[in-house]
Write a protein that binds this ligand. Structure first.
Ligand code: ADP
Length: 482
């Protein structure tokens, strides 16, 4: 079976969040289940050098008015088709924002072009390659099923899946861009991409794809509610029998404390004391004073979604119970500034590094005692899974994938020897503080803490299970079982 995965990010080439990790790990996970995956991504300026010289697959005279080529590359075992459209992607900045952090004004065209190219591939534009399924990730790829619907017969017959990694990002634009999408007029309707008079890429994809998946069973239930659906709850609710939640896995070639060469000291569940050396490194890097109490880390976008505004407000209270916090992240300026200010005020106890640093993220997982994830919503979340694997105990809000992957250390779970972390219900200062205080009390019981760490390290969140689930879903989709 051949699947074309379509996305705006893929690890290790380009990453701003968990989407990249998932898109990067899926091909190998699926290969083991007899599915061959190629991934279509934009050829951003920042990845061109890493990819080197590719093979020309197809040349467009005009793709939504721009010159473009489809190029094949093999990188780190990944089979890549890159959309080389210099006027759209060959520029400075990140995948979505310019050097000043402002969204590119033509993002609609950049990702419509990506989706159009995916649909063209479904329609047979590449003589040597005809995928059975097009698997589209998030709004940037979500116009693909819309183009397929209005494409040739072959495109219309090809199956499509849209995976929601975060429903908060929908690719919503004014109706004025519709003409530039080169879609027939009827696509701008309630059954298509029209959305309250505007248009939404994600809405169009969700309306017209064959199957909708999201990245945890709990999030699949949450997004049919007004609180979490971000306006799309009606549509998703109407398609409830086509909505499936599959938890993300983690790539244990990259995330494994035994073999990770980004951390000072390797260890496993039997040699947890070796983590001390890694903790020293964190103390150095984040300017934390040596002390008895735990270090909890944050590796996150510093945003409202992630509950970071709540965390920053309780930093002072945490210093009173002997907790140190190491924060690594970037995000909303106000929150970044508040963490930096807290680090100055509580020097030695709170340490902040504003930035994106893959190496440091591994070190934090390998030496911190716990990881704080007070998200208001969390489709799946990866950092708690890395935390489990590294004996860095997750302290999380009970939502989405966090609810599905962490076993709270309540009395019953502790007695049964099953606990892997700490959960709390409402993202409030009060609840977050009490979850951290509860964890810290147990931290002082070294034996019990080590048990929680080991339970987490044993939990299997590799891609083995989830890869199999995606493969089964593809199979069902092709045999029209669903
Ligand atoms: P989201 O995709 O919503 O940002 P996830 O938990 O699914 O959240 O994935 C976040 C990914 O990005 C993880 O791999 C995490 O380690 C990484 N990450 C987040 N912030 C940083 C940072 N400042 N430096 C390095 N890695 C980061």
């Amino acid at each position: 079976m051949q699947v074309l995965s379509v996305a705006s990010e893929i690890y290790p080439l380009i990453k701003t969040g968990g989407l990249a990790d998932v898109v990067g790990a899926l091909p190998e996970a699926l290969e083991k289940n007899g599915v061959k995956v190629k991934t279509l991504i934009p050829l951003y300026a920042s990845i061109a050098a890493k990819l080197g010289k590719g093979k020309l697959l197809f040349e467009y005279e005009s793709l939504l008015g721009e010159k473009a080529k489809l190029m094949a590359f093999n990188h780190d075992g990944l089979d890549i088709i890159a959309l080389d459209a210099p006027s759209l992607f060959n520029r400075a900045g990140g995948p979505y924002i310019d050097e000043n952090g402002i969204d590119f004004a033509d993002n609609w065209k950049r990702f419509a072009a990506l989706s159009k190219a995916a649909s063209d591939i479904a329609g047979g534009i590449l003589k040597s390659y005809a995928p059975d399924i097009i698997h589209c990730h998030d709004w940037q790829a979500a116009l693909t099923p819309v183009y397929m619907r209005y494409g040739n017969e072959r495109a219309q017959k090809t199956k499509s899946i849209v995976t929601i990694h975060n429903i908060a990002f929908q690719g919503r634009y004014g109706a004025n861009i519709f003409e530039g999408l080169e879609l027939p007029t009827e696509a701008f309707g309630i059954e298509g991409i029209e959305y309250y008079g505007d248009l939404s890429f994600l809405k169009g994809g969700l309306a017209l794809c064959d199957i909708i998946t999201t990245v945890s069973p709990t999030y699949a239930q949450e997004i049919v509610t007004q609180e979490f659906g971000m306006g799309l709850e009606g549509l998703i609710g109407a398609r409830f029998s086509d909505v499936i939640g599959i938890v993300n896995g983690i790539d244990d070639k990259i995330w494994n404390p035994k073999t990770d060469n980004l951390i000072p000291e390797n260890y496993d569940a039997k040699s947890l004391t070796a983590r001390v050396k890694n903790r020293r490194k964190i103390e150095e890097a984040f300017g934390l004073k040596r002390a008895r109490g735990p270090i909890y880390c944050v590796i996150s976008r510093l945003t409202w979604q992630k509950g970071m505004d709540i965390l920053v407000d309780i930093c002072e209270a945490l210093t009173h119970i002997g907790v140190r916090v190491a924060i690594l992240g970037t995000g909303e300026t106000q929150i970044e500034n508040a963490f930096v200010a807290a680090s100055k005020k509580f020097r030695g106890k709170i340490g902040t590094i504003i930035g994106y640093d893959e190496n440091l993220s591994h070190i934090l997982q390998s030496g911190s005692d716990g990881i704080l994830i007070p998200s208001r919503f969390e489709p799946c979340g990866l950092t708690q899974l890395y935390g489990l694997k590294y004996g860095c105990v997750p302290i999380v809000a009970r939502t989405g994938g966090l609810a599905d992957t962490i076993i709270d250390a309540n009395e019953a779970a502790l007695n049964a020897g099953l606990a892997t972390g700490f959960q709390f219900n409402k993202v409030t200062q009060h609840e977050l503080y009490h979850a951290i205080a509860r964890a810290t009390e147990i931290y002082n019981d070294k034996k019990q803490w080590a048990q929680i760490q080991r339970n987490g390290m044993k939990a299997d969140f590799s891609w083995n299970k989830s890869g199999k689930k995606y493969a089964e879903l593809y199979e069902k989709l092709l045999t029209r079982d669903i």
